[in-house]
Every structure is written in C-alpha cells, then in structure tokens.
Design a protein around this ligand. Sequence first.
Ligand code: UDP
Length: 311
Amino acid sequence: MPRTLITGGAGFLGSHLCERFLAEGHEVICMDNLLTGRIENIDHIRSDKFRFIKQDVTEYLYIDGPLDYVLHFASPASPIDYLEMPIQTLKVGALGTHKTLGLARAKKATYLLASTSEIYGDPLVHPQPESYWGNVNPIGPRGVYDEAKRFGEAMVMAYHRFHGLNTRIVRIFNTFGPRMRQDGRVVPAFIDQALTGRPLTIFGDGGQTRSFCYVDNTVEGIWRLLMSDEADPVNIGATAEMTIRQFAEKILEMLGSKSEITFLDLPVDDPKTRCPDLSKAKRILGWEPEVPLEEGLRRTIEFFKQQLKIK
Ligand code: UDP
C-alpha cells in the first residue's frame, strides 16, 4: 500500500486530495497547522489508513516509516489571506517547500508541488502556456504568494536536477467547489451574497477575466500528473473564460437571486486576464475538465446552502 503525505490536507483542495488518495488505496498522512485549513474538512474521513498531524510545515518535519509520495499543498490561498498572513504565506511557499523536499529526498518519495497560475502574474501572453515566464510584481500585495511559489518551483527543479529527485509541478488555475472558505474569493463570495440577498461585490468594472475549474477535475489532473513522469510544470484549470461581471450574472441567474451588484475598488495587481493553455495537459495526461461549470456550481451552491442552513 503506497503511503502519501499531503500538506495542507485539511484545506479545500487538500481535503479533496486526501479523499481521492484514500479511494485509490493509499495510506494518507494529512499535515496541517489549521491556519486556513479546517478540521471540519476532514472530520468525515473515517479510516484507519488516515492520520492527521497538526504541524507547521516550515518547521523540521519528522515522519515515522516510509513515504512513497509527498504532496505540498499547504498555503494561504486568497488575496485577503495574503494581506493578513504575508509572512506565513512567504514561509510556507519557500521554507515549507524546502522542508517537504528534504523529507521526500530522505524517504526517496515522489514529490509534487502545488504551484499556481499566479506565477504568470498579470499575464502579457494569453492564454498562458507553461513556457511563459510571467509578469509578476515582487513587491505588491500578491508578491508574497507569487514569489514564494516561483521560488518553490525553482527549488523543486534544483532538487530534481541536483539530487535526482522524482518531482512534479502543477500550476493550478482558479478552482472551486465544496469546502471553500469565505476567504474573499469570488466564487464563495458571490454565492454567499446571492443566497443571503446582499449585493454582489464586483471589484473594478468586472471586465477582468477568469475561468473556473471544478475541484474534482483539478484533483483528477493532479492525480494523472503524479502518476506520469513529467518533471516540468503542467497547467491544470478550465478554459471557459468569462468576465467577472458575466460570472456575477450567472450566479444571480442560477439562484434566481434579486441581489444587486455593487462595484468596489479593484485590488492592487489584480490580473486583467487569466486562462490556461491546456495543450500540454491534454497531450501528456490525456486530461481536460469533465464536470462542466454549471454542474460544479450547482454542487457548490448546495454546499453553501447547507452551511447557511437554507433549504
Ligand atoms: N472579485 C470580485 N469580487 C469579489 C471577489 C473577487 O470582483 O468579491 C474578483 C477579483 O478582483 C478577481 C476575480 O474576482 O478579479 C477572482 O478573484 P479571486 O480572489 O477569486 O481569485 P484570483 O483569481 O484573483 O486569485
């Protein structure tokens, strides 16, 4: 039975990964300091093959016994989190990547880094292929996340080239689904606002674009990448690009909500466009998103209704 460590395993993406790896027959060790992760996300996982360790991954890591895979998913993940936890965000992306790489090397495990579309910054190439180097402001409010992830990618490639470690880098684009926190990101924010009759808060004029990938699709892409032998980064995300204004209208329509729309200031360095070039994921992994946006949104809306105890 393979043994897998998932850092950030009590977070949104991490908890879905824990479920998937258990379903694939892995023994899963979930490590999280619960800074933005939540114990409720893994409470329902009942298995003698699952262990939770509360720990900050920027400290020295000790795991008893063998490990076959190390997946580093611990990190604050929303622009509001970066403002509130800038040092922790830098540390977990940089020092946490170093510590988890060291652990993977000691255990001769295969390593996967959760990287991000943010490494492309406010992109000048559209859609973004993996060959694009990005347009990142190192000293802006998002710099703490973007630069830590860029450092993390460099560190992974150094371990791969210098130590011969078996490594993967997934560049995850906007992903949504059940168990997201209300952390200011657009999907939970708009659904919550529409469900409770408050105005939808569009930042800027809402002309900026994103594409939203349902979590099950993202998890499938990550699984396939881990099982491949591709050491260079691979984009995983959705390509149904839309403006944030269109997205607000979609949420209002799906919920039949009468919420108004209000326009607030655009955060500093908010990317104007973002959409993955998925050619490489299709070619190498035979992967593209299966669950369509609307179906994913329906499942996510159900989750938030349960949270709000709305029938
Ligand atoms: N956004 C918005 N209203 C909100 C939250 C976010 O208009 O209440 C916008 C935000 O400015 C960005 C997009 O939605 O252009 C996606 O934001 P999110 O924080 O979800 O992720 P990002 O793609 O910026 O990392």
